[in-house]
Design a protein around this ligand. Sequence first.
Ligand code: KIV
Ligand code: NA
Length: 276
Amino acid sequence: ARRIRLTDFARAKRDGRRWAMLTSYDQYTASIFDDAGVWALLVGDSAANNVFGHETTLPLTVEELLPLVRAVSRSTRRAFVVSDLPFGTYEEGPAQALRTAVRFMKEGGAHAVKFEGGVRVAEQIRAVTGAGIPVMAHIGFTPQSEHQLGGYRVQGRGAAAEQLRADARAVAEAGAFAVVMEMVPGDVAAEITAELAIPTVGIGAGPGCDAQVLVWQDAMGLRQGRTARFVKQYAQLGQVLEQAAATYVEEVASGVFPGPEHTFADSSDAQAPAVP
Ligand code: KIV
Ligand code: NA
């Protein structure tokens, strides 16, 4: 199957065809999601929480995210790979944003970059797309500004809907090919989706968006415990892994593993392949 390209997203918007995006940070999830038909993979700065164990996305660096982008882009044949730009690597202005975006395209092998903000990053979007790099925008709740926003809260309610609309128009006008809308009321997200010519990608934005995105560890239940209202768990990988690891621990302790079938025989067997 050939690579998903910008023209596919544009055509899907015209045809009213919805598509799915997941985060990915490594080889196996990338190739599995690719095979499953996920059109776009986001190497999100949510790696800060979901890979590196940070509380917020703020501490993540380019040096940490780049190798993950490289792993994901090497491991897909069809999916369109989007890399986030870490906090502090694009806010200073168009030149900084372009410099960082170029690194993720050139060294990471990404097909597009994503960074947070609406009106306030329009100049950055213009500079990056002006250099031939596709930009996915991200408005509504933007985790890198969680301290300013006062925590994880729904954005664009009531009078704030007008700011959200202005952000959506600004990123589309600046040349973004798609826009993520995070934690916004479903009706406002649907109105923006109808108004914009570019696809909207919802996360906690209801069914009216052109596409959906979820953090894979949330969607597949690798992360255990309470999840946000907008997350649907499609598997319970955390439970599966914990159960399997506990069985392994038990079998090592009891001597059940390794069995004769996992054990090499005497030296006369030296030519036997290690993998059957
Ligand atoms: O980093 C991330 O995972 C994201 C998605 C939640 C959109 O930005
Ligand atoms: Na992100």
